[in-house]
Design a protein around this ligand. Structure first.
Ligand code: I3S
Length: 127
């Protein structure tokens, strides 16, 4: 009789380096700017953090996220070829008209992210 939290969204955690670019903000298309980003999934929220090496001296940039995407009501899917010339591209659409592409050349790594994001989004719909 485990607590419901044991297999809930709190259990879906992951962190790693991904390439990401914003493509839409408030439903408006913005110019792509691909950057390597430390990406953290925790508590149903996906956050992108600036690479601490490229940040000014001081540790705060490692903690304070650049962007936080609430995965409640978000969608994740493989991006179509028209969205990017890169391989292994995921399309993440937030409820608030935020849209990101996330990408990584190593297929196993991006597949793991895809799975955990799908599971998290599902879990948030019907825990
Ligand atoms: O969808 P686009 O406009 O072809 O995206 C490319 C551009 O953002 C490009 O930068 P410029 O805006 O300076 O042209 C980027 O360097 C490319 O990486 C973008 O395309 P990919 O296919 O890599 O997502």
């Amino acid at each position: 009789l485990g607590s419901s939290q044991d297999d809930g969204v709190q259990n879906l955690e992951k962190a790693g380096i991904l390439n990401k670019t914003k493509v839409c903000e408030n439903g408006k298309k913005v110019r792509k700017n691909w950057t390597q980003t430390w990406t953290v999934l925790h508590g149903g929220v996906l956050t992108f953090h600036k690479d601490p090496k490229s940040a000014p001296t001081g540790a705060t940039n490692q903690i304070v996220p650049e962007v936080a995407v609430d995965l409640r009501g978000a969608t994740i899917s493989w991006a179509s070829k028209e969205k990017s010339s890169k391989k292994n591209v995921l399309e993440l659409k937030g409820k608030n008209g935020m849209e990101f592409l996330v990408q990584y050349d190593t297929e196993s790594i991006i597949n793991d992210w895809y799975k955990v994001l799908v599971d998290t989004i599902r879990q948030l719909v019907s825990p």
